[in-house]
Design a protein around this ligand. Structure first.
Ligand SMILES: Nc1ncnc2c1ncn2[C@@H]1O[C@H](COP(=O)(O)OP(=O)(O)O)[C@@H](O)[C@H]1O
Ligand SMILES: O=C(O)C1=C[C@@H](OP(=O)(O)O)[C@@H](O)[C@H](O)C1
Ligand SMILES: [Mg+2]
Length: 338
């Protein structure tokens, strides 16, 4: 008999278990369910149709998912469900948890959390293996087609999961030098199907000069012009269908031209850290000309104060990074972009 772990209101395991689908749950007890889609690079993903013999919602369209078994993690459960229901192996796919929601239905004795996943992987019809006893069919759809089905009330859980059908926005990581923009952008590669565009690196490649040399030879204004040109290129690439995770230079916000473009073509994520943390992260690095001769907590704090309002006014999401590793920060970003 399949068992499920019972969780408390804070999503912590109580140590107790229940029998699957036993809808006599007590107030404050929850079980955990997972749902997920596997999106291809053309924006399409597979949905399946429930067989007509199901007692609940026969013939409705749905995405893969089900109950997390006792002892299993949420991630293991969604990988298993997707494998069982549509035959895809997402263990190496990009993507992951997008968000989680909670429902309490005391009159039905059924309280639960749902972890909602989005994976990115290319596949086609011949990669699918459907569970014949459960599914009456499948189709590849895009977000718009799901909205149509939902409108006709033929799609399950739509209101709770519609966030994952949204297109991923262009992402701009901003923040002070050493906030972790470059490192977190590399982590985000595991979660999102986009290329990372490292502004500093791109400027170095295009001009064939190191950042410090550009500052020394041509001055800061010239460097800022190069940044503005690049931000414009990023916008036109975006309008031509190319999406990036952009790791910005720390000073990109000082030009209003830049911030206006960023706001109009993407989601701006501000990474913050205390001056002490920043100092610890950058003190041995000589590649940041702005800090040459100013490598101390006081200077960092002063410049940070000066830029604070600029950073905050352009940010859609603010993520403090002190004491967090880059993977945790990347996961937090993913949960905030849809
Ligand atoms: N969350 C973090 N925890 C610990 N060290 C970090 C973190 N984020 C970045 N670092 C380290 O701090 C330094 C600066 O990070 P980087 O990603 O280059 O920042 P930025 O691009 O914002 O200037 C690097 O040595 C990096 O490994
Ligand atoms: O804050 C700034 O003015 C700068 C930050 C740097 O990028 P990082 O924030 O990646 O260090 C780099 O663009 C340049 O040295 C100027
Ligand atoms: Mg950087």
């Amino acid at each position: 008999m399949e068992k499920w772990d019972i969780y408390d209101r804070n999503k912590k395991k109580t140590g107790r278990q229940m029998i699957r689908n036993d809808w006599t749950m007590k107030e404050g007890d929850f079980h955990l369910t997972v749902l997920g889609i596997v999106q291809r690079s053309d924006g399409r993903f597979v949905i399946t149709k429930r067989v007509e013999t199901k007692s609940w919602a026969p013939g409705a369209w749905e995405i893969s998912g089900g109950g997390v078994m006792a002892g299993e993690s949420s991630k293991e459960a969604i990988q298993r469900e997707i494998k069982e229901e549509i035959g895809l192996d997402v263990s190496k796919a990009k993507g992951g948890l997008v968000y989680s929601y909670m429902r309490e239905n005391p009159e039905e004795g059924d309280n639960y959390f749902v972890d909602v996943y989005k994976f990115f992987m290319d596949y086609n019809e011949k990669d699918l293996k459907l569970q014949e006893s459960e599914t009456a069919g499948f189709k590849f759809v895009n977000a718009e087609e799901v909205f149509d089905l939902a409108h006709k009330e033929q799609f399950l859980h739509f209101d709770s999961i519609k966030r994952i059908f949204k297109k991923e926005p262009q992402i701009f990581l901003i923040g002070f030098m050493g906030a972790g923009k470059s490192s977190v952008a590399q982590q985000l590669k595991n979660f999102l199907p986009y290329e990372v565009l490292e502004m500093d690196q791109r400027i170095v490649e295009d001009s064939n000069m190191k950042i410090a040399d550009i500052f020394e030879k041509y001055g800061e204004d010239y460097f800022r012009d190069l940044e503005t040109n690049l931000v414009k290129t990023i916008e036109s690439d975006y309008n031509n269908g190319k999406q990036y995770v952009v790791s910005c230079g720390g000073g990109v916000v000082v030009r209003e031209d830049n911030t206006q473009i960023m706001k109009r073509c993407g989601k701006v994520i501000l990474l913050t850290a205390s001056p002490e943390t920043i100092y610890e992260r950058v003190k041995d690095n000589k590649s940041r000309p702005i800090l040459n001769g100013n490598m101390n907590v006081e200077y960092i704090e002063k410049l940070m104060q000066k830029r604070k309002d600029l950073y905050e006014s352009v940010a859609d999401v603010v993520i403090p990074t002190d004491g967090k590793d880059t993977k945790t920060i990347a996961e937090e970003i993913v949960m905030n972009i849809y």
